[in-house]
Design a protein around this ligand. Structure first.
Ligand SMILES: [Zn+2]
Length: 76
């Protein structure tokens, strides 16, 4: 029984060690993310991909809600 536990420990440690020594995948960067331009929300300052945001009067927002919120702030 003692040897069985020892064997399990060795197998677990060996599998972790093997995983850590695996070469990193060549395509570490997501091609979709790299192709999209990152913009900063004019309301909250969050970074978001160009395709996910809303543009209004030369400004960019992370969401329609923030475009409206910024619009309300400007109007007072
Ligand atoms: Zn925002």
């Amino acid at each position: 029984m003692k040897y069985l536990i020892l064997l399990v420990v060795i197998v677990v440690v060996w599998s972790i060690w093997k995983k850590r020594n695996q070469p990193a995948p060549k395509n570490t960067t997501n091609p979709d993310a790299a192709a999209q331009k990152m913009l900063v929300c004019a309301h909250c300052g969050v970074h978001f991909p160009e395709g996910d945001g809303v543009a209004d009067a030369g400004k960019f927002y992370c969401s329609e809600a923030h475009r409206r919120a910024a619009d309300q702030v400007e109007r007072g």
